[in-house]
Design a protein around this ligand. Structure first.
Ligand code: MG
Ligand code: ZN
Length: 363
């Protein structure tokens, strides 16, 4: 009796000691690190836009597939209400800047963006948009200029080779320039496959690709853009997958914002549903892949949209815009996949940049 009690005490002590030793070992990071990142920006997409567009829609609500939600504070360095230049610059270089800035800080100083840092590590990079590829949001990822309006100058930054894939509109900034240069010829010399074709998007295999489908912005979804955004995203993913180290792809639903500026709810809604369809495809891919982090957010809300009571039909809502511009309300952040946990909570938009850096092992 006495002996067996002694044995029990000894084994209990051994177990506890074992646990203590196991705990003393250096802890592994609590989160996994992704090999690929797909960062989707719904320009001008706040909670009212998502709620309103998805309200009577039968498609799978991609936003409800994300396990992690956060909120991003969007003010710029000179305005509580940001524009898309400052709003995307912050994701790329991690510094608040003035409205209109592209990849420069509030003093106009250039800083390397995520794409430059990732190219140094051998990663692939790309942008897919429904605006011109030289528009403020995509530009902030590969260019550094004082003003978003300098789209001729922004286009020249693609020659620096920090963006492997760019799909969207903007033919005139490459072929019909003030300085008469043919940038597509110059990009070919740098090893890019260049395509100018304003008909339907077709698959193409190329590690470096500039694919232009419109003279400036792409046409509206409601005017027959079809499932361009989803297809272009798939083409970008297929081609970026050739980069064995990994890749970072930015996909923008550019015109959600344009519908907001026009206070045109149906325009905004069709653009957001198109974005939702693309999100579903990206989430399906990420679920199969297992190494892909998907993050979705907005640069700001557009239109000061609210959904108010409809006294004539109380099961639905009335659309109420309070502005033709942007608003300063926080925007949602949705995350899925390895490292997604880092995106929960409330933080400044600068933090999104630093969370990516942490997950991508960038000093
Ligand atoms: Mg934009
Ligand atoms: Zn806007």
């Amino acid at each position: 009796m006495k002996n067996s009690m002694k044995k029990i005490w000894i084994s209990l002590f051994t177990v506890l000691l074992g646990l203590h030793v196991a705990n003393a070992k250096p802890k592994k990071p609590k989160y996994k690190k992704p090999k690929k990142v797909i960062f989707l920006i719904g320009d001008g997409m706040g909670l009212a836009q998502i709620t309103g567009a998805m309200a009577d829609n039968t498609a799978i609500n991609a936003f409800e597939r994300f396990p992690i939600i956060g909120l991003s504070k969007t003010k710029s360095s000179d305005n509580f209400v940001t524009d898309s230049g400052a709003g995307a610059t912050v994701f790329s270089i991690g510094k608040k800047s003035y409205n209109g800035a592209i990849g420069v800080d509030s003093a106009g100083k250039e800083y390397d963006g995520l794409f430059e840092m990732l190219k140094d590590k051998g990663w692939g990079t790309g942008v897919v948009v429904t605006s011109s590829i030289t528009h403020a949001t995509p530009a902030a990822f590969y260019a550094h200029v004082g003003s978003r309006k300098s789209e001729d100058e922004i286009a020249e930054f693609l020659i620096r080779n920090h963006c492997d894939i760019a799909i969207g509109g903007g033919i005139k900034y490459f072929k019909d320039r003030k300085d008469k240069r043919d940038l597509l010829e110059e990009l070919k010399e740098k090893g890019y496959t260049t395509i100018v074709d304003s008909s339907e998007i077709k698959s193409v295999e190329a590690k470096k690709l500039i694919y232009l489908l419109a003279n400036d912005g792409m046409k509206k979804e409601s005017e027959g853009r079809g499932d361009y955004l989803k297809k272009a995203t798939e083409i970008a993913i297929n081609n970026l997958s050739r980069n064995e180290e990994g890749y970072f792809l930015m996909v923008e639903g550019s015109q959600i914002d344009w519908g907001g500026h026009a206070n045109d709810f149906q325009y905004m809604k069709s653009e957001l549903l198109d974005f939702n369809q693309t999100l579903n495809a990206v989430l399906d891919y990420a679920a199969k892949d297992g190494n892909t982090l998907v993050v979705v957010t907005a640069d700001h809300e557009t239109g000061g949209l609210s959904l108010i009571e409809n006294k004539e039909n109380k099961s639905t809502f009335k659309v109420n815009y309070s502005s033709g511009g942007h608003s300063g309300i926080m925007v949602p952040v949705f995350a899925y996949g390895p490292g997604a946990e880092l995106f929960s909570g409330i933080y400044e938009n600068t933090e999104i940049h630093y969370k990516f850096k942490k997950l991508l092992n960038i000093k």
